[in-house]
Design a binder for this molecule. Structure first.
Ligand SMILES: [Zn+2]
Length: 205
């Protein structure tokens, strides 16, 4: 089954050469290198079914995080015809990185199916905020019952808050340019009421 999108754009989410610092979760199953994980075959098969081309790339020359961090996630290129590509570095990309990218693909397919985007850009600041906020809320659901590191929790909380700015909140609430429809299509479980206090509570911070 192929999801068809109407958007042709060579842009990307989650560029690996940014200098973001992504802490490890300290949960072996999530921090394991994708290629070394016992989930490798299962996950690869799932991605093939989602029409994803996995592209192994060496990112060792790119600037990545510092300190005790995992690499920035493998990035996703959108080819505009219901086909997707995940660039990943076998020496760096973790299982969690791949799960994050896989979630973006599910978001792309939901958005394509809904037709809510119309002729708006897939990679506009607002739409990207919906993708990322949604993907980090997905991570939040994923790790809620796991004992993950404080550093990772703080990172996750910051990501969720940073991608959902006041401007975006207003745009969502006023439903300017169908924004609510677009966001709900991307991430039906998006929880715009998650504020700093609630998040801290949820994350046990
Ligand atoms: Zn992302």
């Amino acid at each position: 089954m192929e999801a068809k999108t109407t958007v042709v754009n060579a842009n990307k989410l989650d560029s690996t050469w940014s200098d973001s610092t992504i802490p490890f979760t300290e949960q072996t199953t999530l921090d394991q290198l994708f290629v070394e994980s016992s989930k490798f075959k299962h996950l690869s098969d799932r991605l093939i079914l989602l029409n994803v081309n996995l592209n192994a790339v060496d990112y060792s020359h790119n600037k990545i995080g510092h300190g005790n961090t995992r690499a920035q996630a493998g990035l996703i290129g959108h080819l505009g015809d219901g086909k997707y590509m995940i660039d990943f570095d076998p020496a760096r990309t973790t299982v969690l990185d791949i799960l994050h990218e896989k979630h973006h693909i599910i978001q792309f397919q939901r958005l394509a199916k809904s037709g809510a985007l119309g002729n708006k850009s897939l990679f506009s600041k607002y739409v990207v905020a919906g993708f990322e906020r949604g993907a980090y809320e997905y991570e939040l659901r994923l790790v809620t019952r796991l004992n993950v590191s404080q550093n990772y929790k703080r990172f996750l909380g910051e990501q969720i808050l940073n991608y959902y700015t006041i401007t975006i909140q207003r745009k969502y609430e006023s439903d300017s340019k169908n924004f609510k429809k677009i966001l709900n299509a991307i991430e039906p479980l998006l929880n715009p009421s998650l504020d700093r206090v609630l998040l801290k509570k949820k994350l046990g911070l």
